[in-house]
Design a protein around this ligand. Structure first.
Ligand code: LLP
Length: 425
């Protein structure tokens, strides 16, 4: 399988990310280590920017995909707004220097205090997911003498044809307001003194690899916009969410610019060409820009299965355990002296679910460094401290240079907020 852009093998130096050797990074900074290519992030963003050239738009990076401050800074400096889903993400977003008006707040369970903080700093839009949330937001905003800018997340009931855990636009998902209730909800919102209707939004799922679900969702949303505006509520922006997939295992999602050429054409045909467009891409901006480096600790050949035990685990890379997700695993310094055999690449965590890849043909020895590819999205941001394992360090490469953007977490870092009981009597 081909390597993602900005990664390649050089004869003596092994696997490179831009102009930096991954072997050297692993030696110097230890493993597990996440390493990202700044150029890859910016190239992924450029594809969207190309698609939207000449249009009024805002690309709000869905920071749940990777919320490390330096990654946010990279995207914000290149022109992105941010899509947040918690008070914690709001504080990260502000620390990364985003203008609050370029932040949108998604999620089904916003608390009153999260709403208050977001209103206080002046975020651009709340993407509201239920009637009950709308009423609470109205109350909170009125209490502060403000009007909350709102968009209502529509559940368009289209099948994104992806893993059930990451499909979000179907009737039975917890997300958004059912198509049939949308018109009433807008009428209600428009009548609330603490709310100001600014948009409409949807998000149908993640790791979507074809254009059709987007085209279907767009038709449904535009039908609704027509009906809502006919009822006298203007909609300033339309937010089509995120969800575009990446190539993990020979997947062939459309390129962002090609996808948007088709979608914008539909928008034009239906007479919405002048409307401000928002999108919330996450994975497609960062997923293939990162790898996780891990050292082979032990080889454990068995009767039926051979295990390659590495120092990264499900707490660092939760996607295989959670979604049976496939990540390519490749040697950092390929061995020409050994023959490959099939290994289950597993971590040290005490769970059978702790695997990173199954039946992978690899020529490896203990001490070798492996790279788990496509690890830029939903890996570090989903990492945990299970088994009191400190979270990995992170490095951002830029050409021939790099910056350590997160230090390795120590045991003390992990129990800093805990308290021992008073001395036993
Ligand atoms: N907007 C909303 C409202 C979302 O819920 C999501 C992702 C996004 C945007 C960004 O979607 P993306 O462009 O990244 O597909 N942990 C899972 C993915 C969960 C996605 C949740 N929502 C995984 O590792 O596959």
């Amino acid at each position: 399988m081909p390597l993602p852009p900005f990664f390649d093998y050089q004869k003596e130096r092994g696997l490179m990310i831009e102009g930096v050797s991954l072997q050297q990074l692993a030696q110097k900074h230890g493993t597990p280590l996440f390493v990202y290519s700044k150029a890859a992030v910016l190239a992924a963003l450029a594809a969207y920017q190309k698609g939207f050239a000449g249009r009024e738009h805002l690309i709000c990076y869905a920071m749940k995909a990777n919320s490390t401050l330096a990654i946010l800074q990279t995207l914000v400096r290149a022109g992105c707004g941010l899509d947040i889903v918690s008070g914690g993400e709001l504080e990260r977003a502000l620390s990364a220097g985003v203008a609050p008006t370029r932040v949108i707040f998604s999620g089904v369970g916003k608390t009153r205090s999260e709403m208050r903080r977001a209103l206080e700093v002046g975020i651009g839009c709340f993407n509201v997911e239920s009637r009950a949330e709308l009423d609470v937001l109205n109350e909170v905003a009125m209490g502060m003498g403000l009007q909350a800018p709102v968009s209502i997340r529509v559940n368009p009931n289209v099948d994104a044809k992806t893993h059930p855990y990451i499909s979000t636009g179907l009737k039975d998902n917890k997300f958004g307001i059912a198509h049939e209730e949308v018109l009433d909800t807008y009428a209600h919102a428009a009548a609330c003194k603490g709310l100001r209707v600014v948009g409409i939004d949807c998000h149908i799922g993640s790791q979507i690899t074809s254009a059709e679900p987007y085209l279907d969702a767009m038709d449904r949303i535009l039908d609704l916009v027509e009906a809502i505006e006919l009822a006298g509520v203007p909609i300033a922006h339309i937010d089509f969410g995120g969800g575009l997939g990446i190539d993990y295992a020979g997947d062939t999602p459309p390129q962002a610019d090609a996808l948007w050429a088709r979608l914008l054409q539909k928008l034009d045909t239906r007479g919405f060409g002048q409307r401000k467009i928002l999108i919330e891409p996450g994975r497609s901006l960062v997923g293939n820009a990162g790898v996780c480096l891990t050292e082979v600790l032990y080889l454990k050949p068995g009767e039926h299965k051979h295990f390659c035990i590495v120092d990264a685990a499900m707490n660092d890379l939760p996607r295989p355990a959670m979604y049976q997700a496939f990540h390519q695993i490749v040697p950092v310094q390929p061995r020409l002296d050994a023959s490959a055999q099939a290994w289950d690449v597993v971590g040290p965590v005490c769970e059978s679910g702790d695997w990173l890849g199954r039946d992978r043909e690899l020529a490896v020895q203990a001490g070798d460094c492996l790279a788990v590819l496509s690890a830029g999205a939903y890996c570090m941001s989903m990492a945990s401290n299970y088994n009191t394992r400190g979270r990995a360090a992170e490095v951002l490469v830029d050409g021939e240079t790099y910056t350590v953007i997160r230090a390795r977490e120590s045991a003390e870092d992990q129990f800093r907020l805990e308290s021992l009981l008073p001395p036993a009597r």
